[in-house]
Write a protein that binds this ligand. Sequence first.
Ligand SMILES: NC(=O)c1ccc[n+]([C@@H]2O[C@H](COP(=O)([O-])OP(=O)(O)OC[C@H]3O[C@@H](n4cnc5c(N)ncnc54)[C@H](OP(=O)(O)O)[C@@H]3O)[C@@H](O)[C@H]2O)c1
Length: 282
Amino acid sequence: MAVSAIPTTALKSGRSIPTFGLGTWRMGESAARRDEEVAALRHGLARGITLIDTAEMYGDGEAERIVADAVGKKRDEVFIVSKVLPGNASQRGTVKACEASLKRLKTDRIDLYLLHWRGSVPLDETIAAFTKLEEDGKIVDWGVSNFDISDMGELWKTPDGDCAVTNQVLYNLERRGIEFDLVPWCRKRHIPIMAYSPIEQGRILTHTVLREVAKRHDATPAQVALAWLTHQVGVITIPKAGSKAHVAEDLAALELKLTKDDLTTLDRAFPPPRSAQPLDML
Ligand SMILES: NC(=O)c1ccc[n+]([C@@H]2O[C@H](COP(=O)([O-])OP(=O)(O)OC[C@H]3O[C@@H](n4cnc5c(N)ncnc54)[C@H](OP(=O)(O)O)[C@@H]3O)[C@@H](O)[C@H]2O)c1
């Protein structure tokens, strides 16, 4: 699959973001797996994947170094997402954390910088830091992660809070609670959702119905779970794949077209929410 074949979605800022990328949580935790992890990301880049999601938290900074090693000279072709921990999200702390991430990532800018989850620092402090980092060219866009609908409401009432371009949340067939309110709220404001843990960290893959739908297409359960997300407008998904084989399998999900019948079968097995539910987190 060529790079032009990975669809993009618009960000409010006017830029666009690929709707499919690679996650890096759990990378950088084992020296023995490091080479394979770099190779997996490189394989993704070679196959046309241009979005990588990381965070200062992952591998205690080592995942960002792995991203830097994988990206190398391709920096201008890649859309890098990273995140500041809530404990670092004061005005000064955010700037410091971002500068440390830039160093580990061996780059001069982060394309999209997220508040990893909400902590005790008032939102206006973090937003002030994001705005300054944007003015200084150290980040291009910013957003949030693990924000429930009430958090988004609060964010929107905070000065410049409505400049956030995304909310990265847990979303997969088994975690559909956000469809009741958060997804429509974001859609109305042109905020794409970044779906993390799209295959529920592998736990969903043995589900009988997922296997049954996969069989209809000569596909795998992981591809069905990913295709269910990629067919949705305004949803970006970022599976983590630590081997070349998994990268290739996950990327091929973009070629899988689920039918109306498939979607009905999946809805029956994984019903959409009928009432508001608190946001799921991992
Ligand atoms: N903002 C947040 O709070 C937050 C929270 C969680 C995750 N995230 C982001 O979202 C990314 C994805 O979520 P995740 O890592 O939690 O879970 P995930 O992508 O749902 O699952 C990753 C797991 O699935 C395995 N896998 C991948 N492709 C596979 C395939 N085709 N067949 C079988 N197993 C496969 C991987 O194994 P291998 O490693 O062996 O390939 C890994 O163990 C993270 O890496 C991170 O970047 C963000």
